[in-house]
Design a binder for this molecule. Structure first.
Ligand SMILES: [Zn+2]
Length: 289
């Protein structure tokens, strides 16, 4: 797992800076696997089925529902109908949702999947509860503890469109529907780019605050922008979390490091993505290694 950690010094405004390899794959034609690397987005189970059976798959979502105008990162929106189709397909194939950190037997017949949402967007509550309930699935929302009821101001600074975040009452509604919450820090900073004491506070105080506000144990962390390194990982462990999710794409083997879990970004490839990658990274097809 040594290659999994790296900082993400580029400040492109995306919630997902560590997807250069996916961008590169898109410019080549978006095959989901190349040379054993997972390079494509999760859109339907077909090409991922065998891989999902081999470990614990964690799906990563951000926003659901109609995409407002002037959104920069269009790929972070998924329509309710596609989300509904994805869940129905998993259900029909015998998959059940589990909480992050549940041990996966190394049998190659896994039927567990974790559904995660980053940032705590209100549109997930609005468009996601029904399809989740219909399939009897539970999902985790990674909340930005100091932004509840606010908006995605970490994105707005980089020119992204405003999107409201769940308020306290709306998070309570999410929990009451049988879902979970995790921490996505206090303010969504680049954790490897700020002083260590500040990173420690972002990680530790967000856990405490969410637990105090909602009366549940907050055991799961998600690195903002997928930005982490061994020091940041140690802070997450020190704060008492049990798991942490990255934005690295891949399946989690039964012996995976619980503090650098990999996820599959669920979305439908957009023709515009190529342009977005090119704008974000200044080049097409650049390796992320
Ligand atoms: Zn985020």
């Amino acid at each position: 797992m040594a290659r999994d950690w790296r900082s993400a010094p580029e400040r492109g405004g995306s919630c997902l800076p560590q997807v250069q390899q996916i961008g590169a794959a898109l410019t080549r034609g978006a095959a989901p696997f190349q040379n054993g690397e997972v390079t494509g987005y999760y859109s339907n189970l077909g090409p991922f089925r065998r891989l999902f059976e081999s470990g614990l798959p964690i799906l990563m979502y951000h926003k659901l529902g109609p995409r407002p105008r002037k959104v920069r990162l269009k790929g972070l929106y998924l329509s309710k109908s596609l989300f509904t189709r994805q869940l129905a397909e998993l259900r029909a194939s015998g998959f059940n949702t589990v909480r992050i950190g549940v041990p996966i037997p190394a049998t190659g017949t896994n039927r567990s999947v974790v559904i995660t949402f980053d940032d705590g967007f209100l549109n997930v509550l609005k468009h996601g509860l029904e399809p989740l309930a219909v399939n009897r699935f539970s999902a985790v929302q990674f909340l930005v503890a100091n932004r509840l009821g606010g908006q995605n101001d970490w994105d707005i600074a980089d020119g992204e469109a405003h999107a409201p975040l769940m308020s306290l009452d709306q998070v309570r509604e999410w929990l009451a529907a049988g879902h979970w919450i995790g921490s996505h820090s206090l303010s969504h900073p680049w954790l490897t780019q700020i002083p260590m004491p500040q990173a420690r506070e972002e990680i530790r105080a967000s856990k405490r605050k969410l637990e105090d506000l909602f009366g549940v144990s907050v055991d799961d962390f998600c690195y903002p922008y997928g930005d982490w390194n061994p020091e940041v990982r140690d802070l997450v462990i020190e704060a008492g979390y049990r798991t942490a999710c990255t934005t690295q794409s891949g399946i989690n083997a039964p012996n995976a490091d619980l503090f650098s879990l990999q996820r599959f970004s669920a979305r439908y490839p957009s023709r515009n993505l190529k342009d977005i990658w090119a704008r974000l990274w200044g080049t097409q097809g650049r390796s992320s290694m």
